[in-house]
Design a protein around this ligand. Sequence first.
Ligand SMILES: Nc1ncnc2c1ncn2[C@@H]1O[C@H](COP(=O)(O)OP(=O)(O)OP(=O)(O)O)[C@@H](O)[C@H]1O
Length: 439
Amino acid sequence: METQRIIEFPHKNMDKRPRKRPRLTWDMPPPLPPPKVLPAIYCGQEFGNGGIANFSYPNNMFYRGIPCNGSPPWRPDDKDGHYVFAVGENLTPRYRILTKMGEGTFGQVLECFDNEKQEVVAIKIVRSIHKYREAAMIEIDVLQRLARHDVGGARCVQIRNWFDYRNHICIVFEKLGPSLYDFLRKNSYRSFPIDLVRELGRQILESVAFMHDLQLIHTDLKPENILLVSSEYIKVPDYKFLSRSTKDGSYFKNLPKSSAIKLIDFGSTTFEHQDHSYVVSTRHYRAPEVILGLGWNYPCDLWSVGCILVELCSGEALFQTHENLEHLAMMERVLGPLPQHMVLRADRRAEKYFRRGTRLDWPDGATSKESLRAVWKLPRLPNLIMQHVDHSAGDLIDLLQGLLRYDPAERLKAGEALRHPFFTRDHRSLNKKGMIMMF
Ligand SMILES: Nc1ncnc2c1ncn2[C@@H]1O[C@H](COP(=O)(O)OP(=O)(O)OP(=O)(O)O)[C@@H](O)[C@H]1O
């Protein structure tokens, strides 16, 4: 997400990875019966201190007494079903479009000014395509459920309102800051200090534990879907880079002023009891049981958290791949061999990645020298962490080995991870200099 503040970062040479790592379209969950939607042009629910107010309008001439003549003329959507807009115009009479904040599989997110509440909000305008409209209604259902239980609204983004406008479901959210991915990217992929990683990790796990307690599985945890609450940042000397010139010539790195974060994007969230056989998660954060077609459940979120924590420490995605065999080979390189009992149960599509049904077909099955090199250059997990972390590396490695356990039944649960010494030990006293260092 671009924000006024961090748009000024010096960040040449930073687009090593694509800006957005989208789910593939076939990763969409199979159609579920959507929650009941009012079919009116304008319909929605507003969330506020006074509780939930239902409203629906037979036509869109008036909205809470405000004349609707402030809406722009109707224009056709673009070829992908995205709403076409101009910055500065009204979305509806209530919301004025300030800027575009992001785009995803489901639609666009616009920064808007809410004339009624006199505040800036983020509005997700969902593509006018049936399957995305249905998924958006499920996301609203999940958001409502989360809002009912998230006292203080500290864990997940808060929904303010939703409505159906010109065949686009629009979800109004509180406006948050940049995503962890955007922050890393605009900082030339410089890693976060370990104490900040600990604080971010703790909050991510608390949010995941909160969702799991509600029988909800996020299924798409990644740095893009974890937003800092504030856009403010500070500049600190980057000791790692002081000794050598960096490509962007900067000896400073930016750190968020506040570590508060919230989860977003509940478009792929599922209930524990639903069908769990289809492919979930964005590639880099996808658990082995998903790739092997073994079915998945809560533990797939914990695998993603493990990958995210490594990325926050190193600045780069752990498994940078777009292909299953290479992905499994990378896992084996970093974490050791896959357990036989999982390999033997691999489904028909995944069987082909193994020789005689037991051993990964690697390096023989590699498609290119680049692929071989990409796998070969990866270090073992402890070495990878020790390259980036000085104090508390041992605790972090042990935590990651629990989160990145191949067997989902053995993987740490969110609550167990929160009780790990990486979070509970007083690491300040372990700091070499004996100083209390937050960053
Ligand atoms: N409440 C918010 N405040 C600020 N920015 C936001 C907010 N919600 C979303 N964004 C920005 O918009 C982007 C897209 O949002 P979101 O992930 O919800 O869309 P999506 O279409 O579901 O994406 P995906 O392709 O990952 O499923 C985010 O990565 C983020 O940069």
